[in-house]
Structures are given as C-alpha cells and as structure tokens.
Design a protein around this ligand. Structure first.
Ligand SMILES: [Zn+2]
Length: 450
C-alpha cells in the first residue's frame, strides 16, 4: 500500500484518491440484505488492514455474515474510541437507477451506488482515520477500534446485537462514533450539523377485533372490521404529545442569544405555555418535526377477509410505534388501549425495545463540533434525536457514549439514503476523511490536524 503521508502529515491528494478508489470497490461488492453476503466485503476490508499491519479479527455467528474488529492499541490511560459502520445495504432496483446500483461509477463529481451514503462511505472515512493514525505512529492514549458489522438493515441478529451480547469485552469503550446524523444544507446556506445523540424506542403492537362472520348480503352492525376501523380512526385523531428534551431545551436557550424577538423570548423559556403551543402546532403540521418531538405510530398492516361475499370474523392490524426518549412505551401502549378497548379491540405487544440516549456534555461532542466547523461552512452542531434506530443502541446499552455522524453536508432530499441514485460527492468524501482524522487525532492523541 502506498503511503498516505508526506513529511509525516496526511497527503490529502493521495488520501482523496485512495478513499475514492476504496469506496468504489466497496460499493461493487453487493451486500444487499437480505441475504447480506457481507463475507466478501469483510475480507476486502481485512486485506487492507493486513497490508497496513493493523491487528484485526473476524467474529461471526454465521460464517457468511461475519463482523470485523481492528484495533490500534493505546497506552490504556483512557478507555477506547470505537468507529462503527455496517457492511450491508438495502435492496436496489436497477430499473429505478441512472447507473448500475453496484457500479461504483464516478459521475458529476460524485461516487454513485448503493451504500455510497449508507454507510460504506462512513466506513471508508473511519478506515482512512485508522490508517493515518497507524502510519503517523504517534503514541495513543486510548485504543482506536474500527468495527464493521453485518446485518444492520435487518436488526443486527448476526451483527451488532450478536457482537455486543457475545463479546461485550471487545465492544467496551468510552466513546463510539457511528451512523445516524449528518450535516444539513441548502443552496446559499452555511448548513447545520445534526449529530444524533439519542434514538427512539420501538413498540410493535398487534390489534385484534372479533365479530360475527356471515354472508356479505346480510350485514350486521359491530363486525370485526367496523370495530377495528373505529379504533384506528380514534388513534388517528389523537393529538401528538410533544416532548422537549433537556438537550433540546439547552440548545434553544443557547440559540436565544443569537435570534431576534419574538424567538429570543420564546427560546429562552422553552417550557413556557406559548413556546409549547407553537412547538405543538409545528409538530401537527410537519411530519419531520412530529417524528422528532413526539412518539408516533404507523399502521403497517391491516388484515381481514378472504372472499368477496364473506364477512370476516376477525380483523388484525399492526402498529409500528416509535417512542420518544422522554415518553414511555407503557404510557404510549395505554393511550392505544384507551382508544381500542371501548371498541372491543385487544392490544398485544409484538416487540419492545427501549429508546437510548447519550449525554452531550462530553469531550467528544466538543471535539466533534470543532472538527466539523473547522472544515466546513456549518459552524453549529445541534444534538439531534434520530427518529429511527441504528446499531449505536446496542453499544449504548453497554454504557458507551455514542453519537451518530456522517461528516458530510447534504440536502434534505439526500438524507433518505434508501432511495435510488444514492451517491456521495468527492468533496463530501474528502470533508469526512479530514473531520474523522481530526477527531481521532484529538481524542486519541495522535498529533497533527488535517
Ligand atoms: Zn445505515
């Protein structure tokens, strides 16, 4: 492998070319999950680590779904920093894409392909930071750990969930950087960084109603479907309960010094009735705001009936509820039950997984914010709740302080990385490598800044 340094500091032109080449090759390995087939991708990364002489091991529940852990050892005076990403990607329908989804093609200043954003590029940024730290050779105050897991997109049973449960000692750390947040920008705007510090909990509910079956020509009142429709329509009419977390409150207070009246007054007192009313109105109008500030539900399935002329005896609905960290799954389930029970609809829990959060008053958060601002126009980082879930949650459960950040500036439309024509600009790839190198240097004490 060619050197990534010149005169002991990163040779950024060489780093850029290396990162682009590795990302294109990484994208060309089809790791669509299901089924995953992450083995080839893990072997690809392991080869690069071996060439660089970096200690690493492969751990797997199923040999075709392996996980990779690489480690640069520090002097142990501080606990490790983990850089986490996943090798698997979601499906891509070539008919919807302008390029082959696994072509890794460079076009219009960007690298295209499934995984270009979520989250092979993040893996390459982590890898570059690791390789630079190794080559710089400065003593480290803590272990720098690079982890690539399988199976993130399907819940982590072969990946992060299994790894943290089976090998918690290898996953022990003070800090972890993984996926989740990014920088949001628009033409002509400086942009803002939205690193995620918390994730919502998951509550999957099964609703069930029963009624008399019969012939379609003889309708009866109060059938299974009618009961279910009534219960669901009550749920749709519920007002979202809005939560302002301590972190959001703190952030609004900080912002209050920089904005004008009336925002100045409102932000200074985030718990006032007026602020709350405005925030609630915003949550009712805007889907994104609602997902960030309240617990939500989606009806993900409704099943009833078999024949055109038969009245079904039962109706079943599943609800995918996402629980805000300031709310509780039990309280939310009760709200659903209050709507369902009077209609004779029963509620059962299919899956429950708690929300997770990390403190934001930490060295890593400050170092990350500085590094992001140093290399980009966006100077503000707002700790953000991630409305979905990532593998970070398994590590939070081990007591690791985790933030989700892809150090790239993108438009709102590019934030949903599961659609067609996923890509990352070469400028963003370069930005991400520089930010990661800075963070690692400062957190692990490896010296130079990019
Ligand atoms: Zn992802």
């Amino acid at each position: 492998m060619d050197s990534l340094l010149a005169d002991g500091t990163p040779a950024w032109r060489a780093v850029r070319e290396f990162a682009a080449r590795v990302l294109a090759d990484y994208i060309r390995i089809d790791t669509t999950n299901p089924p995953g087939n992450e083995k080839t991708a893990i072997e690809f990364l392991a080869r690069i680590l071996a060439e660089a002489g970096i200690e690493h091991e492969v751990l797997s529940k199923d040999p075709s779904r392996p996980n990779l852990i690489a480690r640069l050892r520090g002097d142990g005076s501080r606990r490790p920093l983990i850089l986490l990403h996943h090798a698997d990607v979601v499906a891509a329908d070539p008919a919807e894409w302008k390029v082959g989804p696994f072509s890794g093609e460079t076009r219009d200043g960007a690298i295209w392909g499934r995984g270009a954003f979520d989250c092979k590029s993040l893996g390459v940024m982590h890898l570059v930071a690791l390789l630079l730290a190794k080559e710089e050779g400065a003593p480290l105050s803590r272990d720098l750990v690079f982890i690539c897991v399988s199976d993130e997109e399907q819940g982590g049973a072969f990946g992060a969930r299994w790894l943290t449960e089976t090998h918690p000692e290898k996953c022990a750390a003070e800090y972890l950087l993984g996926e989740g947040g990014a920088g949001l920008t628009a033409p002509g705007r400086p942009g803002v960084w939205l690193p995620s510090y918390a994730e919502k909990g998951i509550l999957w509910l099964k609703l069930m109603s029963k009624g008399d079956a019969g012939h379609g020509s003889m309708p009866k009142k109060g059938g299974a479907v009618e009961r279910m429709m009534r219960a669901l329509s009550k749920l749709y009419k519920l007002r979202p309960q809005v939560f302002i977390t301590e972190e959001a409150e703190q952030h609004l207070k900080t912002l209050s010094t920089r904005v004008k009246f009336p925002w100045k007054v409102l932000f200074r007192r985030p718990r006032s009735g007026l602020t709350r009313a405005l925030v609630t109105a915003a949550a009712r109008r805007n889907d994104f705001a609602r997902a960030l500030m309240s617990s939500t539900f989606s009806v993900s399935a409704v099943k009833a009936g078999a024949g055109e002329n038969q009245i079904p005896a039962s109706c079943e609905a599943t609800l995918d509820c996402r629980i805000h960290p300031s709310d509780s799954a039990t309280a939310f389930r009760r709200r659903v039950e209050d709507a369902a029970r009077p209609e004779g609809v029963t509620v059962d829990v299919l899956l429950e997984s708690d929300s997770t959060r990390s403190p934001v008053d930490t060295d890593l958060f400050r170092v990350m914010t500085d590094a992001l601002g140093r290399h980009s126009t966006a100077k503000v980082a707002v700790p953000t709740l991630f409305p979905g879930t990532t593998d970070n949650r398994f590590f939070r459960n081990l007591g690791v302080t985790c933030y989700g950040i892809s150090p790239v500036l993108v438009g709102l439309d590019e934030m949903d990385a599961h659609g067609p024509d996923e890509k990352i600009t070469l400028l963003n790839l370069d930005l991400g490598c520089k930010v990661m190198h800075d963070i690692v240097s400062e957190m692990c004490g490896t010296g130079q800044r990019g």
